[in-house]
Design a binder for this molecule. Structure first.
Ligand SMILES: [Zn+2]
Length: 133
């Protein structure tokens, strides 16, 4: 039996006993309980939303902490990747996207890593010099 049904029964008992004062007090308690229940539902919804937001922020924080920046290269890599995969530092910096750099061989400039999204590039030999390729 819910709290609402219990109070409803108590109101009916007070009504049958002819005690208007207790009847009114029970009705007031019923209204207060309904208000509290609505507030509790709103708090649960807010709590669910905040949990989801916190999870998203933790996931994002973990993802950012797993990235290595290389001062002399225009790429980023993941700390735990072995071998290292080059991602575009420009795309990472602008929107947090991991856009994999592709290796291209240019007639002038030789082998370069190239971002197909923003055209950022660097010499492949610089990436290779990281020693973990
Ligand atoms: Zn890019």
């Amino acid at each position: 039996m819910s709290w609402y049904d219990v109070l409803k029964d108590a109101v009916n008992v007070a009504k049958r006993a002819g005690n208007v004062e207790i009847q009114q007090s029970l009705i007031d308690v019923q209204h207060q309980m309904l208000d509290m229940q609505q507030k509790m539902i709103a708090l649960q919804e807010e709590n669910d939303r905040l949990r989801e937001e916190s999870k998203h922020l933790n996931d994002e924080n973990q993802r950012c902490n797993g990235i290595e920046h290389h001062e002399t290269l225009s790429i980023v890599t993941r700390k735990n990747d072995n071998p290292k995969i080059p991602f575009c530092s420009n795309c990472w910096g602008l929107n947090g996207k991991e856009v994999r750099m592709v290796k291209k061989n240019y007639s002038v400039g030789g082998e370069r890593l190239y971002c197909t999204s923003c055209t950022n590039s660097c010499r492949y030999s610089e990436f290779y010099s990281l020693g973990s390729v």
